[in-house]
Design a protein around this ligand. Structure first.
Ligand SMILES: [Zn+2]
Length: 600
């Protein structure tokens, strides 16, 4: 009899029929423990399948990835729905409460429980991802792959060809995704509602240890703090583009033409540094990509250099399996997703990166970024499954970038890449800062608007009939840029950016840009640095490494202000470190722009 009752209770629990009053805090603890076990096991298999799909795209691996993804969605939705019921139980421990929240809200694309919904959602998500991975633009009418077109946009200075690449990429890759994307939004929003969120965007914003509306306000506050710096950079860059291309291509006033900024999405502008570099002060005298090429360093060696930086802070070397299992180069004979990413397949030590590395300065920095993910993953690998994550997702993105800020000329000398005699003198600081700002500062409005668009799409304030217009409008409002060719609702330009078809929330990258300078300033203070902030390198400083590790090993176990405090001593995310770093540049830009009409 006894056995029968508990069997019935179990069946009822699986169907979600047991009222909360019948459950105790101990039941909640047991539920969380079993959920963690189940998710851990699933994640290892799913990780392997995703890895194969991303490094060998075929109909077969697409089908396997979609099936595994659907299973994962069903699993996480089931656990989320159960977690939602336990949250009302009295006497929950802080850890159990936190884990229940993570279970309820931690799904990027929640499927509703309707039969077939998880499958349909995952088929769409997989199709979108692969459409992007196999996407081609054209150059002189000939097909060109995603990674090649990205590189070409960085170096090509012919406005007609830039326009061709921009338009062909957005037309070929983005346009066909539109119907799928719209359907995906419908399904996932139903899933979010079942879990008690108004829509998917609100669910994403709920992941920051504060109410969703507060998080939106936080991003607005940070943007207001750094916008004056962006406005000066925009004004100066537009003037330089006008000098180079003339009024017909880039007028003196108004927005900047999006394809002229050295990047498909105009998200980082460092590739056109040669166009904006001020005479004299702007000649930094070296390019990391050229230094690497001159020394004959190959992609693998670049990764070794990145590993060396983390080793210098006291982190253990990467495991042998990292070198055997990572994908460092674009395979010649098959389709892969080249977009760089970092993986931890077994949640312990099976760390990998997936990149199509080219020997250039951008990829050198990207390697440090991806390795930052790997070292973070390994640092928190003793945490329970639901805490195997960054303090928030902005932290995860900031670690590698903060380390890369330490790639100063003096650091390049210390690893034998740059001659001591070639270190730029202090009068070249403006050039170094401008070069950095073209990437880091230029990115800020882009980092913010991707999710402003998606928050609007998910909430319905941007209707499907205005997907493209809303995108173009936000690009104008925040970035001050305009497409090189006429757009209409036949287009789906958001689809041309990986994170839209890839369904990766983007606010994390905006937060990371701000956080990395906050981390950097804290590290430099710990290292006793007294000079101008941008000249500091904490390479080789084990004390900084130990403090950093104290934050990393916490994973997601505590609210993010606790983690921030563990490393920086502060609990507020704040743009002032970034402003400090670029202060000399801002003064200089203001002088340059004095007689210009800024804004757009
Ligand atoms: Zn990343």
């Amino acid at each position: 009899m006894r056995t029968m009752i508990s069997a019935l209770a179990l069946a009822a629990a699986a169907a979600g029929a047991v009222p909360a009053s019948a459950q105790s805090a101990a039941d909640a603890d047991a539920f969380v423990a079993s959920a963690e076990k189940e998710l851990f096991a699933y994640s290892v298999d799913a990780g392997r399948i995703q890895w194969i799909n991303n490094t060998y795209i075929t109909e077969d691996t697409d089908a396997l990835a979609a099936k595994s993804g659907a299973e994962g969605t069903e699993l996480s939705v089931r656990l989320a729905l159960e977690a939602a019921k336990f949250e009302k139980v009295a006497g929950l421990s802080a850890d159990t409460k936190r884990k229940l929240d993570i279970l309820r809200g931690g799904i990027v694309l929640p499927a509703p429980t309707t039969a077939g919904a998880a499958t349909e959602l995952n088929e769409i998500a997989t199709r979108l991802n692969s459409t992007y991975g196999k996407g081609r633009g054209t150059l002189d009418g000939k097909p060109i792959s995603g990674s090649d077109i990205e590189a070409e946009m960085g170096t090509n200075r012919d406005p007609a060809r830039l326009q061709e690449m921009w338009a062909s990429w957005h037309d070929n890759v983005g346009k066909p995704m539109r119907a799928d994307y719209q359907r995906m939004v419908e399904i996932a929003n139903k899933g979010a509602k079942e879990l008690g969120y108004p829509d998917v965007g609100a669910m994403w914003r709920a992941q920051y240890d504060m109410p969703p509306a507060e998080f939106a306000k936080l991003t607005d506050r940070l943007w207001a703090q750094v916008k004056p710096l962006y406005d000066e950079l925009h004004c100066y860059t537009r003037a330089k583009l006008n000098e180079k291309y003339g009024d017909a291509v880039q007028p003196e006033t108004g927005p900047i033409r999006a394809d002229l900024l050295g990047n498909m999405w105009a998200q980082e502008w460092g590739n056109i540094y040669d166009i904006v570099a001020p005479k004299g002060a702007g000649e930094i005298g070296y390019d990391i990509g050229e230094l690497l090429q001159k020394r004959g360093d190959d992609p693998l060696k670049m990764v070794r250099i990145g590993e060396g930086f983390y080793s210098s802070l006291g982190f253990a070397p990467l495991p042998e399996s990292f070198w055997q299992r990572s994908m460092f180069l674009k395979p010649a004979d098959r389709e892969v997703v080249c977009h760089a990413s970092a993986w931890d397949i077994d949640n312990k030590d099976d760390l990998r990166i997936k990149m199509c590395i080219k020997v250039n300065s951008d990829d050198f920095v990207t390697i440090h970024h991806e390795l930052g993910h790997n070292y973070y993953q390994r640092a928190y690998n003793k945490q329970p499954y639901l805490y195997l994550n960054g303090a928030n997702d902005g932290f995860h993105e900031a670690i590698g970038d903060f380390v890369a800020l330490s790639i100063t000329p003096d650091y390049l000398v210390s690893i034998g890449l740059l001659d001591k005699a070639a270190v730029p003198s202090e009068d070249k600081d403006l050039g170094l800062l401008l070069r950095q700002a073209m990437d880091k500062v230029a990115f800020l409005p882009f980092g913010l608007l991707i999710d402003k668009w998606r928050w609007g799409v998910f909430s319905g304030s941007i209707p499907a009939s205005a997907y493209n217009k809303a995108w173009t409008d936000l690009r104008l409002q925040y970035q001050g840029i305009t497409p090189p060719v006429e757009r209409s609702e036949a287009n789906f330009d958001p689809g041309g950016k990986y994170h839209i078809p890839g369904n990766t929330p983007y606010a994390r990258y905006f937060l990371a840009r701000i956080l990395q300078f906050q981390f950097y300033k804290a590290a430099c203070e710990q290292a006793g640095w007294k000079g101008p902030l941008h000249r500091c390198s904490f390479y080789g400083n084990k004390e900084v490494g130990a403090k950093l590790n104290a934050m990393l090993e916490m994973g997601m176990s505590k609210p993010w202000p606790d983690a921030l405090q563990a490393f920086t001593g502060k609990r507020e995310i704040d743009g002032s470190a970034m402003l400090d770093y670029f202060a000399p540049l801002k003064t200089w830009l203001e002088g340059q722009n004095k007689r210009r009409q800024c804004g757009w």
